[in-house]
Every structure is written in structure tokens, then in C-alpha cells.
Write a protein of this length. Structure first.
Length: 129
């Protein structure tokens, strides 16, 4: 296995989740199944081949909310936090990790954890084990 193709989050309100992630990422979804009131999934391109997929499923959204953490790399954390504030994304916590890096943690409307911080490197992964 060489490539993560998608991160799939179940959400209780697809319209609310699309609004939140559109503001978080600074762009809307690239595609959706069944547009409008019958929509079931929305796809955001995170990288060239990796997608964030939001799928409407009220029961599973409540069941698994908060059980995963989506980590998004930010080259300049302060600049990224300013962009988030400009898009109406606030309420997170700025923390220094035990590895000495600053990160910003917040949750989406269903409780899924999101972390902005430096990109992972092999060195960081080896130090975490």
C-alpha cells in the first residue's frame, strides 16, 4: 500500500458539514452524490489523489464522532489560524506537544477531531514510537 485514497467521515447533517469543511479548507467540495436535499456524500480533494469524503448517516455520525483525528499540515501555523478566523472557524485550542511543536486542535460539528500543525516526517514518527 502506497497511497491513502480517502478519509471518510460520517456526519449527522451533510449541509452543516459541507459548510464547515468548505470554510475550514477554503474551498467547496469537488463532487457530491445526489445534490440538494437528497445528497448523501460530498468529496473534497485534499491532495492530488486524497479525498475527504463526508457521508450523511445520522446514526453512525453520532456513534463515531470524535473517534478519529484528521491532521492537516500547516507550513505557517499562525498564518493558517488567521485564515481560519477569516472564514469563521474558531473555538480550537493552541497547544505545544510533548515533541515541542505547536498545534491547533478543534472539532467539527459532529465531534471529529481536527489538528493543524507541522507535516509529519519520518523523524517525527520514529520519535513518537
Amino acid at each position: 500500500m502506497r497511497l491513502v485514497s480517502a478519509v471518510h467521515l460520517y456526519v449527522t447533517d451533510l449541509d452543516r458539514a459541507i459548510d464547515f469543511y468548505s470554510r475550514l479548507l477554503g474551498r467547496g467540495p469537488q463532487a457530491a452524490y445526489d445534490e440538494g436535499p437528497t445528497a448523501h456524500s460530498a468529496f473534497f480533494a485534499l491532495e492530488e489523489r486524497t479525498y475527504l469524503v463526508l457521508t450523511w448517516d445520522p446514526e453512525r455520525g453520532r456513534e463515531v464522532g470524535g473517534s478519529v483525528r484528521l491532521e492537516l499540515a500547516a507550513e505557517d501555523l499562525e498564518q493558517e489560524l488567521e485564515r481560519l478566523r477569516e472564514r469563521g472557524i474558531e473555538g480550537g485550542t493552541l497547544t505545544r506537544t510533548r515533541f515541542g511543536t505547536d498545534v491547533y486542535d478543534l472539532t467539527d460539528p459532529d465531534g471529529h477531531l481536527i489538528r493543524f500543525g507541522p507535516a509529519w516526517t519520518l523523524h517525527a514518527i520514529e520519535g513518537a514510537v
